[in-house]
Design a protein around this ligand. Sequence first.
Ligand SMILES: Nc1ncnc2c1ncn2[C@@H]1O[C@H](COP(=O)(O)OP(=O)(O)OP(=O)(O)O)[C@@H](O)[C@H]1O
Length: 233
Amino acid sequence: MSYVSVIDEYKRYQMGENTIVANNGITFDIEQGEFAIILGPSGAGKSTVLNILGGMDSPNEGQILVDGNDISKYSKKALTTYRRDDVGFVFQFYNLVPNLTARENVELASQISPDALDVDEVMESVGLTGRKDNFPAQLSGGEQQRVAIARALAKNPKLLLCDEPTGALDFETGKQILRLLQKTAQDFNTTVIVITHNSQIAPMANRVIYINDAKVREIVENPHPRSVDEIEW
Ligand SMILES: Nc1ncnc2c1ncn2[C@@H]1O[C@H](COP(=O)(O)OP(=O)(O)OP(=O)(O)O)[C@@H](O)[C@H]1O
């Protein structure tokens, strides 16, 4: 059985008289420790899938199996525990607490998790050892995103879910963040899922899931992912 299995998942939003079908029978698998990319244009339904995988939203139909458990059957309380203990989130705009230092931002996550990793080791692994005492406003966008990744990793999550993590960064800084996410999957055996609309980065992934107009259009497995340095965009 795959580590993540989304099986015939539907998500509909009711907007007055209209029903918006954001996910229309989505099915895919992801193995443990994979660096997977969900690729598709704006409005395709990518964030909806990621939010459902992260327990922030529930599907109308379908199974969402994570490490053998169907989270779509979870109660609200069980979903809260799942989100807190098992899922790390990284967003486009970092979402750091501005009046806490980089280290304190990471600590915040590690304190609530039963399986937390050592804060200083995680910060070292994302290349932030020298910036631990800085506040977010004193850090560059790339450094702030590293803090956000460290915060997500400190929980030792089953899934690291990243929604357009390089969307607010310049080209070179974006590359460094993708390199870090790919390395995270390899070194920690964390299952990393990244949403993007940048098809150029597809060769980096172990698996690419193409979503368009609320459906999976293609799934490509890549036995030899490239390093980000071999990719131009
Ligand atoms: N809470 C909501 N209420 C109503 N409609 C929604 C809601 N969330 C998403 N949608 C709609 O569902 C569809 C898919 O949205 P989603 O955010 O998943 O797409 P996306 O592929 O992530 O797009 P983007 O790359 O622009 O973020 C869109 O038509 C969107 O307007």
